[in-house]
Design a protein around this ligand. Structure first.
Ligand code: NAI
Ligand code: MG
Length: 354
């Protein structure tokens, strides 16, 4: 059947990397006989906000609900629009309203990419961070008491529902089962004495269904140290919203440039469209020069095809990225002089010949 994709380029380099992402998707569709319908959406960007006073039309949810996935560039143009407006008015609405409760970030070191960790080579680092994306530490529950006095108290609650916790843990166990059967559970049950021991218990309860998975619970403080010192230990790492936020930035930082890092915001049941986007933002500092690295966008497209059932197309794109990083043109963030389109064309060509 035809896969319906909504392509939202957004702002800044989102507009430069999106065409390269689409170029590679179309090459993969052609090579693997996938029928794609890609519709370009010209809202959810700061120009639209400047013209209309809103980031998106009122019926945005109805307009997007029929799609299998949203392929998203980056949003934000601080020169005209405050970041909290652009982000809360678009991306965060998608994540919440479409119940994209999994944030998945692959962390992988490629040949041809300078690694900030000494002595690491391609193959040493290859794991997935699974972040809970809808609840946990990020809530609006709380307040400030006795404000402005010396008795001032601020309270911010966390929310861990059994449903919300179990579903992210189960997703991580399932992923681990498809990989090396190793799951690291981020915790802090020594210091956060109510929610985190409970989180650990839920990890054990769900784990009862996966007796063949080796589970390692690690406190978030030492876990961050291990990301840097022993990244080869990890296969699948699951974490709450806050801990996952930290780990999913630290992971890609350990493997080179942000221009490579992809992410998926998933609603695994497919009740709603999932969203696939590079980790990076709109990079106003380099926008307009045509030098943004398109690989994060391209890899995010591969994750989208994988999620929608086309594993072989995903694998071919990732192999093409691997080969291109080894032998092909490099953008300036990787020390080269290539343009965004040079890299996109090189990878698309490799996918066509896969
Ligand atoms: P950023 O990720 O846009 O840029 C950080 C640095 O990395 C910049 O020096 C930039 O040139 C570089 N960089 C980013 N992507 C690159 C690529 N593909 N190739 C080469 N270099 C790249 O983060 P920043 O500057 O904090 O935010 C800029 C805007 O983007 C803000 O409006 C922010 O709110 C928004 N943003 C949006 C995100 C999203 O749409 N998911 C995520 C992060 C930021
Ligand atoms: Mg973050």
């Amino acid at each position: 059947q035809t896969l319906k994709i909504a392509a939202i380029a957004g702002d800044g380099i989102g507009r430069e990397v999106m065409p390269e992402g689409l170029r590679v998707l179309e090459a993969a569709a052609q090579r693997f006989g996938i029928s794609l319908q890609i519709d370009t959406i010209d809202w959810a960007n700061c120009d639209y906000y400047q013209q209309t006073g809103a980031m998106m039309p009122e019926d945005w949810k109805a307009q997007l609900s029929g799609y299998d996935a949203i392929y998203f560039g980056a949003v934000g143009w601080p020169a005209t629009t405050p970041d909290h407006i652009s982000l809360w008015g678009s991306l965060l609405k998608f994540r919440r309203e479409f119940d994209q409760y999994i944030n998945l970030r692959p962390v992988r070191l490629f040949d041809g990419v300078p690694c900030p960790l000494a002595g690491r080579k391609a193959g040493d680092i290859d794991f997935l961070v699974v972040r809970e994306n809808t609840e946990g530490e990020y809530t609006n529950l709380g307040g400030i008491l006795f404000e402005g006095t010396d008795r001032e108290i601020v309270i911010q609650e966390s929310v861990f529902s059994r449903k919300g916790t179990d579903r992210v843990l189960r997703f991580a166990y399932e992923l681990a089962q498809q990989r090396k059967r190793k799951l690291t559970v981020a915790t802090k049950s020594n210091g956060i004495a109510i929610s985190m021991p409970w989180w650990d218990q839920r990890a054990d309860a769900i784990g009862a269904d996966y007796p063949d998975i080796a589970v390692d619970k690690q406190h978030i403080d030492i876990l961050t140290a291990h990301f840097v010192l022993q990244p080869q230990r990890f296969d699948v790492v699951v974490a709450s919203n806050l801990f996952g936020d930290i780990l999913s930035d630290l992971g890609p930082a350990c493997t080179g440039t942000i221009g490579l890092a992809p992410s998926a915001n998933l609603n695994p049941e497919r009740d709603f469209p999932s969203l696939f986007e590079p980790v990076h933002g709109s990079a106003p500092d380099i926008y307009g020069q045509g030098i943004a690295n398109p690989i994060a966008m391209i890899w995010s497209g591969a994750l989208m095809l994988q999620f929608l059932g086309h594993a072989e197309a995903h694998d071919a794109i990732v192999r093409a990225i691997e080969d291109s990083l080894k032998q092909g043109p490099h953008t300036p963030d990787l020390g080269g002089q290539a343009k965004t389109t040079d890299v996109g064309q090189d990878i698309a060509e490799r996918v066509r010949n896969a």
